[in-house]
Design a protein around this ligand. Sequence first.
Ligand SMILES: NC(=O)c1ccc[n+]([C@@H]2O[C@H](COP(=O)([O-])OP(=O)(O)OC[C@H]3O[C@@H](n4cnc5c(N)ncnc54)[C@H](O)[C@@H]3O)[C@@H](O)[C@H]2O)c1
Length: 280
Amino acid sequence: MAYNLLSGKKGIIFGALNELSIAWKVAERAYEEGADFVLTNTPVALRFGTLNELAKKCNTEIIPADATDVAELEILIKKTMKKYGGKIDFILHSIGMSPNVRKGFAYDRLNYDYYQKTLDISALSFHKVLHVCRKLDAINDWGSVVALSYVAAQRTLYGYNDMADAKSLLESIARSFGYIYGRDKKIRVNTISQSPTMTTAGSGVKGIDRLIDFSDRMSPLGNATADDCADFCVTLFSDLTRKVTMQNLFHDGGFSSMGMSLKAMTQYDKSFRDYPEDGD
Ligand SMILES: NC(=O)c1ccc[n+]([C@@H]2O[C@H](COP(=O)([O-])OP(=O)(O)OC[C@H]3O[C@@H](n4cnc5c(N)ncnc54)[C@H](O)[C@@H]3O)[C@@H](O)[C@H]2O)c1
């Protein structure tokens, strides 16, 4: 159901690669709610992904940019402002990649060049986007900027590797820039800490299927899907959340607040019946 929450609003959506992408779902939902936006991704992603389909569906265009490259971001923002004849109202940063995860370097054996790439792509790019927008005065007062994070920023989850560090940095950037942008322009900056979700980036995480299953069983409301995330993003881009800023907002069915559930305790008890010698 559409509520026209984003009618008249303009934005940029980073990170839709294919129809599994969280950004893809956000774009579809934002379009339904009346928003106009530009889609962007790296030139490589445009070759391998299916972004053209989404652009057609949302009646918009794609402006390629590598989000780690400030010069490319400047071109993207300038072209977007030209297209809309002025400033925009919202941005989604839905970007993440770790070469260490991809190439199987464990956290205690990281390749440091890759580590820097992880941080640059998954966290510093957020700073760069905000920095360029501020420099070009690209966002309207009371605009909204959202990036996607994960609970591994606060808690250790096996296999998430250097992406955990990147997410901690990402969330810190949201607070630091949120203060400056809020103070000067009333622009809000938040991160959404999303449940594990089966996407292209998600499927690179070691044991993702078990992680998804575990958090689904542990969360009282079950995992939040990419579609649920899109709904939440729309509320954050809308005027209904104008005083929410500098927050990391958990969108995970309650997972981040759980310690022990009835299901987990029952399962735990069973393991002692199977292996009684470990029971004490
Ligand atoms: N899938 C999950 O389990 C999960 C959970 C919590 C948070 N997130 C976060 O959600 C965001 C979106 O990921 P997703 O799961 O939809 O996967 P995805 O693979 O569909 O999206 C990741 C996107 O990042 C883009 N990207 C990579 N390098 C880039 C660069 N240099 N410049 C611009 N774009 C670049 C990719 O092309 C891709 O479109 C990421 O920040 C991810 O960490 C994902």
